[in-house]
Ligand binder design. Structure first.
Ligand code: CMP
Length: 206
């Protein structure tokens, strides 16, 4: 279906702060981000953990439709957003009818599985500093390299939630890295001039 028809049929606007669905609810539709950003979070033991932040071109809410289980996370619009909202039947028909969509989805799900494994590895670190540094090492390894180093596109205000530590713990760990000039904080992310220094720092914490 051409883009403008897709938009007309499935496109919807959501103001910042809208909750698309909550963890534990049954899933009835999936979402494709066209504009804006949606945060996926889960709560375990009273602590909120941000699993991912989805931007334009990314999709969410497909899992509970595919496996018929409750929503695995809560989705909240972090910005005003325009999304395609696709009901379960249409979604299934799209996958069955378009091998390219199916392949793209399988590749994305493979990425997510790998990220989930990285998150599990991260949780094996007991202290907050090690979790923060391990998260940054993993993110830097995947980030694109600019003239000044690896550019991690994770908003600094999201760091604590992504790592599952308290904001003051994330700030404390980050302050040490900034002081040692191993990481620089930017408004929309982090800059790591030399990943090997960050890795050494992690070894030093063990
Ligand atoms: P669903 O379980 O329907 O609702 C929550 C959605 O969050 C889920 O589908 C996926 O789209 C997404 N999701 C769940 N876990 C992760 C994860 N670890 N990384 C990225 N996205 C996730």
């Amino acid at each position: 279906m051409p883009d403008d028809q897709l938009l007309q049929r499935f496109g919807r606007e959501f103001p910042r702060g809208s909750v698309l669905f909550r963890e534990g609810e049954p899933g009835r539709e999936m979402f494709v981000v066209q504009q804006g950003r949606v945060t996926l979070s889960t709560t375990a033991g009273g602590v909120e953990k941000i699993l991912a932040s989805m931007g334009p071109g990314e999709f969410l809410g497909e899992m509970s439709i595919l496996n018929n289980r409750p929503r695995s996370a809560t989705a909240t619009c972090a910005e005003d957003a325009r999304l395609l909202v696709i009901d379960a039947l249409t979604f299934e028909a799209m996958i069955r009818g378009n091998a390219e969509i199916a392949v793209r989805m399988v590749k994305k799900l493979a990425d997510r599985l790998q990220e989930a494994e990285e998150q599990i590895a991260n949780l094996l670190f007991q202290d907050a500093s090690s979790r923060v540094v391990h998260f940054l090492v993993t993110a830097a390894d995947k980030a694109s390299r600019g003239p000044a180093g690896h550019e991690i596109e994770v908003a600094p205000r999201e760091l604590a939630g992504r790592v599952g530590v308290r904001p003051e713990e994330a700030d404390e760990a980050l302050a040490k890295l900034v002081k040692a000039k191993i990481v620089a904080v930017r408004p929309d992310g982090f800059l790591v001039p030399d990943v090997s220094k960050l890795r050494h720092f992690l070894e030093f914490l063990q």
